[in-house]
Design a binder for this molecule. Structure first.
Ligand code: ATP
Length: 329
């Protein structure tokens, strides 16, 4: 198995208090419920879907930052060490996380050079000159001027700050970078620059990205594979070209139809009614049936498995696997 990251049947269920009803009781909230995927070195997998579908929880579980209640996460073929242990911290050098808001991720009181240098210090690079040289090299690679090492976060633009965050994440030369909405806090003009930079860095450094975004236009530019999530599950997974030109799941079709510039077989915008159901009360059958215009009896009873459609992707939809099923159901 050559995969850098292997996620099998991952589940993250939280115990939450139900708001209504008496007496108050705790119920399971299935934030992630049976997610499987793999990611090879130097590749990008995008996780997409509406807010609350479980993207960030999946990412945190991959890094051991949230407790998983089921399934396995293998990194370089081995299970994640227990969070907080020395082994886990050592492994975290090789799997870094970049969040949405660069200002929140940086310490306002420290010059960015010091912040980029810090992981080297923590992970035992004792030679100061070597640390400084590495910082200069990574800053140059990321498009920052070495003299900007002395700048404080508020003295930089939004794009420069996100570059500084990326530099800090890359300074230990990780194999995996988890990027959680890395550009959504940036101006549109800067977003393209950061995306180009990410693509360039991947080619140069061979780092793999788990890229979380709700912006499908950006996802199409950057990813080698896309997994569409709905209510804690993957409903469609494949290469971006197939998914964006001929989405097979009705939910993916609705998401893709909302991208103005994407050509789909059906060009008209599909407006989904209502919000996704509460993950505390997932509907029986297909979790999407309550919002699906094509749902029929079987969808209300039987949950479709994520299965191959024979064109290199997997889809969890009864209709995608047997379009004439409605006639015989
Ligand atoms: N620690 C927690 N305790 C209880 N519920 C949680 C916890 N973390 C996440 N959730 C719930 O799990 C579900 C999935 O959340 P998650 O943040 O993973 O979604 P998301 O797709 O990343 O959304 P967004 O794009 O808004 O960040 C949501 O219903 C959220 O409220």
């Amino acid at each position: 198995m050559n995969d850098l990251l292997q996620v099998d049947d991952l589940a993250c269920h939280f115990s939450v208090r139900r708001d209504h009803g008496f007496p108050a009781r705790r119920v399971p909230l299935k934030a992630v419920d049976g997610v499987s995927f793999s990611l090879a070195a130097g590749r990008t997998l995008a996780l997409v879907g509406e807010s609350g579908c479980g993207k960030s929880t999946t990412a945190k579980a991959v890094l051991g930052l949230t407790h998983k209640t089921g399934g396995d996460v293998l990194f370089k073929g081995a299970p994640l060490p227990k969070a907080g242990t020395r082994e886990w911290r050592r492994q975290r050098q090789d799997m870094q996380l970049v969040f949405q808001d660069p200002l929140a991720a940086l310490d306002r009181r420290l010059p960015i050079g010091r912040q980029i240098e810090e992981p080297l210090h923590i992970h035992g690079v004792d030679d100061k000159a070597q640390r400084r040289e590495t910082v200069t090299r990574i800053m140059t690679a990321i498009g920052l001027k070495p003299h900007q090492a002395a700048s404080f976060p508020h003295e930089l633009s939004g794009g420069q700050r996100q570059r500084a965050v990326l530099a800090r994440a890359l300074v230990l030369e990780p194999s995996l970078l988890v990027l959680d909405e890395p550009i959504s806090a940036l101006d549109v003009s800067i977003q393209a620059q950061v995306i180009n930079l990410l693509v360039e860095l991947q080619e140069r450094l061979g780092v793999a990205y788990l890229f979380i975004s709700h912006d499908l236009k950006v996802v199409r530019q950057i990813s080698h594979e896309v997994a569409v999530m709905y209510l804690g599950r993957i409903v469609e997974h494949g290469d971006p070209e197939t998914i964006f030109t001929a989405p097979a799941h009705p939910y993916t079709r609705a998401l893709v139809s909302a991208i103005p510039t994407v050509r789909t077989t059906k060009r008209e915008r599909i407006i989904l009614s209502g919000d996704p159901p509460n993950p505390i009360d997932t509907p029986p059958g297909c979790p999407f049936h309550t919002r699906c215009a094509q749902a029929f009896e079987r969808c209300r009873i039987e949950r479709p498995e994520l299965a191959s459609t024979g064109d290199g992707r997997t889809v969890a939809c009864h209709l995608a696997h047997a379009p004439d099923v409605r006639a015989v159901a």
